[in-house]
Design a protein around this ligand. Structure first.
Ligand SMILES: *Cc1c(COP(=O)(O)O)cnc(C)c1O
Length: 375
């Protein structure tokens, strides 16, 4: 039996929650949407949450809400899924890549200090593998330039940074509820932040940018039916049925976090002292909900270890190709070499299986095979 790198964890409560929503009067936007948003606010210690149809949609709405456009720059990490940068590029912004820290793979505040300019509208950090980025210094750097800090927390719902929940620190935080993430709605995502105009814009963006609040309309006398668009949005709504699944999953977040921590610790013990590998680090001011276990394979042997594990049915992954290596960025003139630390990290990275239902026996098999592979 193959062991995937990530897998959803669905139980009877989840099934019942979905069936209940499916047989209610609502399929799309009903009470399960606001219930899920309230539950996210509690976990993320956030004032406002807006659920949307994917983590990518969350990033897209967050950039729109932050007013990112063609005259603006967005500073972000290259060691991320393409969506963090692509959603900004899609709005016409110039993406500026800042290199990562050697230990965590998270965007380096020193590199951000060199990358920001008066045109920077957003600094977008990514909590690689679930380990929070260095948020306090990044907030200062962004605010000094009149920019917002966006945290792509697709990996890190449930993580803590300096005793604060992820979702309560950055100006805007986005989550993904894709199947392999820390909790799932199949496809889904959310934007969280403090109450205010930016979150109002994020909420409107989800629904075509429609403004229904009479007090904010330009032409309120049009009639009681009237709603108007101030900023173009799209349909990014997350249906009731999926929100019901999300609330049910969120109720088990602490269990998922505990299991992921146990798996992380078992890898750390099982791979400790193995020559030719480097284990992930845990800084002392964070408490991560681990999404990935990013092992580093040294001496140029990552490909060999990848092939061996895959042949043995351990479906390891590589996270991530530096974003600017994608031809879409190459065609815009980005060249290899601009973020050497991220490139080296990519050359070495191998994500081992990490998900709540991974059994100790399966995990021991993975550890054994890694030991064989690097021998
Ligand atoms: C998964 C992911 C996304 C995109 O989320 P989707 O829900 O798949 O659209 C964005 N950023 C990072 C870092 C991710 O891992």
């Amino acid at each position: 039996m193959a062991i995937p790198y990530g897998h959803q964890s669905i139980n009877d409560d989840d099934v019942q929650a979905v069936v209940k929503a499916l047989t209610s009067d609502w399929l799309t936007t009903g009470p399960a949407v606001s219930d899920f948003e309230e539950a996210i606010c509690r976990v993320a210690e956030a004032e406002e949450a807006v659920v949307v149809s994917s983590g990518t949609a969350a990033l897209h709405c967050a950039y729109i809400a932050a007013d990112v456009g063609p005259d603006d720059e967005v500073v972000t990490s290259p060691l991320t899924f393409m969506a963090t940068a692509a959603t900004a590029a899609n709005l016409g912004a110039k993406v500026v890549f800042a290199d990562v820290q050697e230990d965590t793979g998270n965007i380096d505040p020193d590199a951000v200090a060199d990358a920001v300019s008066d045109r920077t509208r957003v600094v977008a950090a990514v909590d690689f593998a679930g380990h929070p980025a260095d948020l306090d210094p990044l907030l200062d750097l962004a605010h000094d330039r009149g920019a917002l800090l966006l945290e792509d927390a697709a990996h890190s719902i449930g993580s803590m940074y300096r005793d604060r929940a992820i979702g309560s620190v950055a100006d805007l935080t986005t989550f993904s509820f894709f199947a392999t993430k820390n909790l799932t709605t199949a496809e889904g995502g959310a934007i969280v932040g403090k109450a205010g105009p930016v979150m109002v814009a994020a909420r409107e963006c989800r629904n075509h940018g429609l403004v229904r609040d009479k007090a904010r309309q330009r032409h309120p006398d049009e009639g009681p039916w009237h709603q108007e668009v101030h900023r173009f949005g799209l349909n990014f709504r997350l249906p009731d049925v999926l929100c019901a699944l999300g609330s049910s999953q969120l109720a088990r977040l602490a269990v998922f976090k505990q299991r992921r921590r146990e798996i992380f610790d078992r890898y750390q013990q099982g791979l400790d002292g193995v020559p030719g590998v480097k284990l992930p680090v845990l800084r002392d001011d964070v408490d991560p909900m681990w999404h990935l276990y990013p092992l580093r394979i040294l001496e140029g042997r990552r490909r060999q270890v990848y092939d061996f594990l895959r042949e043995q049915g351990v479906l390891v992954q590589v996270n991530y190709l530096p974003a600017y290596w994608h031809p879409a960025f190459e065609d815009l003139g980005y060249r290899r070499g601009i973020c050497p630390v991220a490139e080296r990290y990519y050359h070495e990275e191998l994500s081992l299986p990490m998900y709540a239902d991974l059994s100790p026996g399966e995990q021991d098999r993975v550890i054994d095979l890694v030991r064989q592979a690097v021998r």
